[in-house]
Design a protein around this ligand. Structure first.
Ligand code: ASP
Ligand code: MG
Length: 468
């Protein structure tokens, strides 16, 4: 079971999560499993990872030691408060507070180093970024113990998540599966292992991270390694929906989608799943369920191997609200692929998630879509390239846009789907700013003006009758 940042946003929520684990551990409800053995994977408390990454950047840039202290104090306060609200037993609370202080002290040392040197390497960024999960896991484990369960917390490395050195987006090593199985399986019989999501370790024991939203990936890696019966990803939503129900009144929960469709939804950047989370379970065909924390008895969305026989060509429309287009124009001195190489490596080095890419054939311009929350970091990275002045001539930004994606396995080989999508938009008088279609044909993505995005989603949802 994996719990996302919103599920563990504060002490009360962590308590709810712990009670839920206890319930399923004791009743074994809703599964075909023979034994109620549960591994819990936790994310950082909501917003903490962003805070860690942003503060690390600023501390490196400004070199102000007071800032380190202030930041660590603020994190301590947040986590101690969460622990105090979640954990009723005084002695458990004391244990957890000591663990939190040790971890925070370790983080403070690293941040002080970054502050003094004024340098933030991808390796140190991963080290700092992993603390959200490393602070959350002891709190959840302590809460479980305060409810009378045996629980131990583990870092990614302690759980056997061995990765390569690709900091910020580390890949699992082949040897990890055995390692994970050996470390987790014996624990399962005696305790609930609570694993810090998102993080791993390279072979020298250096902390790595698996990419933003990586706790889903941690859960599926572990589930596959230990041959779990099912992997449950708990969210504060009903499951995977045909559209965001806050925007589309008739959005429906998709009771089932295939691995491929789920991958498509996540690759596009919809916050359902980590893009690589499906891959570990595909070979073993382990079902994944996206479950609703508010309705634990509901089946949620099942994600499985088979393509669902459905008449619907397009099943879901996703919308990423706070996005920005960055248009990078090369100087003309270098080839466009050289410009692209510079831009993409700089963005990769700072862990920017790119939602869409497009390049017109006649222009020397590449357009990228990213989340606006990452814009400052991205622009910093792009400005860094231009130190020499020979790569980029111009770089403009439009933050007044939303990226959207239409997904459905039924689109493959059916002519005219793109035509219908854009006709539906045209009928509404909505103009499309950027388009890209993945060659998998499961997905058509495009960008529209922010204030037209909801209308666009509605038009497409209606046109393809996604709510029925
Ligand atoms: N805390 C990490 C992030 O915000 C990983 C996760 O939430 O899954 O990206
Ligand atoms: Mg998160």
């Amino acid at each position: 079971m994996k719990f996302g940042g919103k599920a563990v946003a504060n002490g009360d929520k962590i308590r709810t999560v712990a009670e839920l684990i206890k319930h399923f551990k004791e009743t074994n409800e809703g599964t075909q499993a023979e034994g109620a053995e549960i591994v819990a994977v936790t994310s950082a408390l909501s917003g903490v990872t962003d805070m860690l990454l942003d503060n690390a950047e600023q501390i490196a840039a400004v070199g102000d030691m007071d800032r380190v202290t202030e930041f660590v104090d603020a994190l301590r306060a947040t986590h101690e408060q969460a622990a105090a609200d979640a954990i009723a037993s005084e002695s458990e609370l004391e244990t957890v507070k000591i663990e939190l202080r040790e971890r925070l002290a370790e983080m403070e040392k690293a941040l002080s180093g970054i502050c003094l040197l004024g340098e933030l390497t991808p390796r140190s960024l991963d080290f700092i970024g992993s603390f959200g999960e490393r602070l959350a896991a002891p709190i959840l484990a302590g809460t479980l113990r305060s409810l009378g369960l045996h629980a131990v917390h583990l870092t990614g490395g302690e759980a056997g998540i061995l990765t390569n050195d690709d900091f910020g987006n580390a890949q699992l090593l082949g040897s990890a599966r055995d390692e994970i199985r050996q470390r987790i399986t014996p624990l399962l019989r005696i305790a609930v292992p609570v694993v810090a999501g998102f993080m791993g370790e390279n072979q020298r024991g250096i902390v790595t991270t698996l990419g933003r939203g990586g706790s889903d990936y941690t859960a599926t890696i572990i589930g596959a390694a230990i041959d779990a019966d099912e992997i449950w990803l708990w969210k504060e939503t009903e499951g995977i929906m045909s559209a965001d129900p806050k925007i589309i009144a008739h959005a429906r929960k998709l009771p089932y989608i295939s691995y491929n469709e789920a991958m498509e939804l996540s690759y596009f950047g919809a916050s359902v799943l980590h893009p690589r989370a499906i891959e570990p379970v595909m070979a073993k065909k382990i079902p994944i369920r996206v479950k609703n924390l508010f309705k634990p008895e509901d089946a949620g969305t099942l994600i499985g191997e088979a393509a669902e026989p459905t008449k619907k060509v397009a099943k879901a429309i996703t919308l990423i609200e706070n996005t920005s287009i960055i248009n990078v124009t090369g100087t003309g001195v270098r080839s466009i692929s050289d410009v692209a190489a510079h831009v993409f490596s700089a963005l990769a080095a700072t862990n920017i998630d790119i939602i869409m890419i497009s390049q017109g054939s006649s222009e020397r311009t590449i357009s990228l879509v990213i989340g606006t929350a990452q814009l400052d970091r991205a622009m910093g990275a792009i400005r860094g390239i231009n130190a020499e002045g020979t790569v980029i001539r111009d770089c403009t930004v439009n933050s007044n846009v939303s990226a959207m994606g239409v997904v459905g396995a039924g689109m493959v080989g059916i002519p005219g789907v793109a035509g219908k999508v854009f006709a539906a938009l045209g009928n509404e008088g909505i103009s499309v700013i950027m388009i890209s279609q993945g060659s998998s044909e499961f997905n058509i993505s495009f960008v529209v003006k922010k204030d037209e995005a909801h209308r666009a989603a509605q038009a497409i949802h209606d046109f393809f009758d996604m709510g029925a």
